[in-house]
Write a protein that binds this ligand. Structure first.
Ligand code: KG4
Ligand code: ZN
Length: 339
């Protein structure tokens, strides 16, 4: 079965071709340069650029895979969560192709794509085994999911305010470091002292696995006052704020691992590229006998390969969501854990 994946939930236009579980091509057109001057994603600009980019990206994925459009057996497209204007572009194109080629279309939850992305690094006959805990950390999402089997997910917690990537981006903006902020802070932090400035860590109720980054943001704003930091080098501030964010992610994840007693953790999303998070999470996992996996960075950030991968078994089983399926800005994944 040959699947065309399409993803346009935020600011990346992406297409991929997956044949019998094997990835033939994955193309991503990033809009970082478009949104950079604004210090964050501007939804209206994002959808306009998807309109411009989505067809060339699909063409590029088909060309790179050596697959012609008539050879596509089905389409997997992101339904949500995401920016509704952006989602609509991918969904509309997917419907158009499905209608014209008379192939089935399945609408995929973007978060399921992220959760399963680690399988893209493995041969199709040896996918990521269940159960596992998924920590999803990107510019749009921060959540912990227990993946029991394909299609059976429970949400243990999510952010109550900003996503952690957004916290990195806003911190970088306050420091005048440009967008996206995570990679810059990661780089600067390598030279800095993580104990130089003590930023607060949000502590939430025991037994709850939600995140909150608003207190951290306020503390950073207060620390910076009206001017750039004084007394500490920029690298020390970067290392210290990164340490606070990483601490919050590691502490909550460790609690969730203990509560679920799973032996495998997958960390995905753009923030999974963070070097300090990788080190700290791997150490924490090792201390608990938990295997910690980070998908290849190109599958951590938004891509259509993970969408094709998540949709392929449903297409293979003969499912078709039809042409009336709608985009959903806030599409929850699975049930709430414990309920
Ligand atoms: O997954 P992604 O590409 O897009 C979304 O779905 O949001 O994630 C982008 C986010 C941005 O907030 C960016 O600052 C953050 O991931 N990020 C990082 C690093 N690389 C990207 N955050 C911390 N450290 C990094 N090395
Ligand atoms: Zn994403």
């Amino acid at each position: 079965m040959t699947v065309l994946g399409i993803e346009t939930s935020c600011d990346d236009s992406a297409a991929a071709v997956l044949r019998d579980g094997r990835l033939l091509a994955s193309i991503v057109s990033s809009q970082d340069a478009v949104h950079g001057p604004y210090g964050g994603v501007v939804p209206e600009l994002a959808s306009r650029h998807h309109v411009r980019n989505v067809l060339p990206v699909i063409d590029a994925a088909l060309t790179a895979s050596g697959i012609a459009l008539p050879e596509i057996d089905g389409i997997a497209v992101t339904r949500g969560p995401g920016l509704v204007g952006s989602l609509l572009v991918g969904l509309t194109v997917a419907k158009g192709i499905a209608l014209r080629r008379r192939v089935p279309l399945v609408a995929v939850n973007h978060l399921e794509g992220h959760l399963l992305a680690a399988s893209l690094d493995r041969p199709p006959e040896d996918p990521l085994p269940f159960p596992f805990l998924g920590l999803l950390v990107s510019g749009g999402h921060s959540g912990l999911y227990l993946a029991r089997s394909r299609g059976d997910y429970a949400c243990l917690g999510r952010t109550r305010d900003d996503a952690v990537g957004e916290a990195f981006d806003k911190a970088a903006k306050m420091l005048g470091l440009g967008y996206p902020g995570g990679p810059v802070i990661d780089r600067l932090a390598r030279e800095g002292d993580p104990a130089a400035v003590r930023f607060p860590r949000a502590t939430l109720k025991r037994g709850r696995f939600d995140f909150s980054f608003s207190g951290f943001k306020t503390a950073l704003r207060q620390y910076l006052g009206d001017d750039r930091p004084t007394g500490h080098a920029l690298s020390d501030v970067a290392a210290s704020l990164q340490e606070a964010l990483v601490d919050m992610l590691v502490d909550t994840t460790v609690e969730a691992l203990a509560a679920t007693a799973v032996e495998r953790l997958v960390v995905s999303g753009g923030v999974a590229a963070n070097r300090r998070l990788r080190v700290r999470m791997t150490e924490a996992g090792a201390a608990m006998g938990v295997e910690v996996l980070f998908p290849n960075p190109r599958f951590c950030t938004d891509n259509a390969a993970m969408i094709a991968l998540a949709g392929a078994p449903r297409l293979a089983a003969g499912e078709h969501d039809g042409l009336h399926v709608n985009a959903e800005a806030d599409l929850p994944l699975g049930t709430r854990w414990g309920s």
